[in-house]
Design a binder for this molecule. Structure first.
Ligand SMILES: C=C(O[C@@H]1C=C(C(=O)O)C=C[C@H]1O)C(=O)O
Length: 477
């Protein structure tokens, strides 16, 4: 799950296929490997390029940058039909070329030029070539193409390993990462359920509440994002630490996958016989201006639906604490917990466990999970509904993540604002508590707001859409 290097293995496989092609046709065959790379500054590549190669090509237009090193195969042609001659040569080569890799198709492949007149000079009158290392950038997407020409006798002067080594040094010298933070267009983002399905599901859930099936259910959505090169866990976590102060950042990397996040929610801690949990529920965005922020804060505190939503969580936690604690302290009024991009109602729940000697934080975890902040109320009916309604398995999302010591004490967080990373796919999760009066449009916006910090950590470009606004605070200043 680290930043992958250039995929030599993939290139070698393509090379092996090209070798068979060359032997079968008794003529050279081109092996081409393409993969995406991080965005680059063409100016920064100039020096490493010219210092490392005597055959180079540079072409930087406002739309496209093409930077190339070495030649896998040259095309030259003498005489008046030089353009057609080069074209024939290229067509023949392209027919037997074997290309592979996850990089973009249709990127530049051959570079070069022609003399003014079809006459021999110090440079050939026609010279085009397929570079060994070709770096292009177009429409915000940067690609690396590596080419090797395979001889029918099976000898390859510039083999894949050398080409990969050259490209690696070149990119490193220019500070370009072989595997980028994802260069994503909107089409790479898939919401499950889709926006319209989600709104229908929220409405359907409100209907179940109206019929008395349960009082609250916390419905979740997925957002799947893909990156051709996987994710750099260190930078994902680094960004979460930077941008989500006050939350608990976590990463569980095992079995070739990772589950990461930054959650504001503590499930339970047990230290020195004192158990602590929090009732966290109801959401409101941060304001775009200080005045709007103050207004939204007050709107959250005064919102009847939000208060009901949070009360359900508080009451359940209090009951669970009372079963194992001598004293339980819960404030009369909730506080507002401000996060960088949204805020919630929050109450701290503290209890002194009745039997500290035999108490275990895992016993508390078992009693509390899932709280109505991520499941619902009543527990069984709401979880049954989630099982029917959510079109995916939650995996570790909203589960307990934490640690404990040899005295059975420890701390567990509720793993929300999280994502599961597997190879090149990140699956993000966001949930919303649905109660009587929940509005499908507002719940949709809320999930999108909750996805944002993780999208940002995954370096997915965020569209500059304004966060959702509450009507009562819209017209301030
Ligand atoms: C379920 C999530 O968050 C929970 C649900 C909230 C809500 O319904 O407003 C608020 C805070 C969290 O307890 C999530 O972020 O995925």
């Amino acid at each position: 799950m680290h930043v992958a290097d250039i995929d030599l293995q993939g290139f070698l496989e393509v090379h092996a296929k090209a070798t068979i092609e060359a032997r079968n046709n008794a003529c050279p065959a081109l092996a081409v490997w393409r993969q995406d790379i991080g965005p680059f500054d063409p100016a920064g590549l100039l020096r490493p390029l010219f210092e490392r190669s005597t055959r180079t090509f540079v072409w930087v237009s406002p739309q496209t940058s093409v930077m190339a090193m070495g030649s896998a195969t040259d095309f030259t042609h003498v005489g008046r039909d030089r353009f057609a001659g080069i074209r024939r040569g290229w067509e023949k080569t392209a027919r037997t070329a074997v290309a592979g890799g996850p990089g973009a198709r249709g990127v530049p492949a051959m570079v070069g030029g022609f003399a003014f007149a079809p006459r021999p000079g110090s440079l050939p009158e026609a010279l085009m070539w397929v570079p060994r290392v070709l770096i292009t950038q177009e429409d915000g997407r940067a690609t690396l193409a590596l080419s090797v020409c395979v001889d029918p006798r099976g000898t390859t002067p510039d083999g894949p390993a050398r080409t990969v080594a050259d490209a690696t040094t070149l990119l490193a010298a220019a500070g370009v990462r072989p595997c980028p933070s994802p260069q994503l267009a909107g089409t790479n983002l898939v919401e499950i359920p889709s926006a319209s399905e989600w709104k229908a599901l929220v409405a359907h859930t409100v209907e179940q509440i109206r019929r008395g099936r349960f009082d609250k259910a916390v419905l979740a959505r997925q957002l799947r994002v893909s990156s051709p090169c996987g994710y750099d866990l260190a930078s994902v976590m680094g960004t979460l630490l930077d941008t989500q102060p006050g939350s608990t950042a976590f990463a569980v990397a095992a079995y070739g996958q990772a589950f990461v996040g930054a959650t504001p929610e503590r499930l339970v801690s047990l230290r020195g016989g004192r158990a602590e949990s929090m009732s966290l529920a109801a959401s409101m965005p941060r304001g775009a201006t200080p005045a709007e922020d103050v207004c939204l804060r007050a709107a959250l505190m005064e919102d009847d639906k939000s208060r009901r939503e949070q009360k359900i969580v508080t009451a359940t936690l209090r009951r669970a604490f009372e079963e194992v604690c001598d004293t339980v302290t819960v404030p009369d009024e909730p506080h507002v917990l401000d996060l960088p991009n949204l805020r919630h109602l929050h109450s701290r729940i503290v209890g002194e466990v009745a039997d500290p000697e035999s108490a275990s934080v895992l016993d508390l975890v078992e009693r509390l999970h899932p709280t109505p902040a991520v499941g619902g109320q009543p527990r069984r009916a709401s979880l049954e509904w989630l099982g029917e309604a959510e079109p995916f398995d939650r995996g570790w999302y909203a589960g307990p993540v934490g640690w404990m010591n040899d005295e059975q004490e420890g701390d567990f967080a509720v793993a929300i604002r999280s994502a599961h990373l597997d190879e090149g796919t990140a699956t993000l999760y966001a949930g919303c508590g649905i109660v009587a009066g929940s509005d499908p449009d507002a719940e949709l916006e809320e999930t999108r707001l909750k996805f944002r910090p993780m999208l940002n950590a995954l370096a997915v470009p965020l569209s500059e859409r304004a966060p959702y606004r509450r009507a009562e605070c819209k017209d301030l200043d």
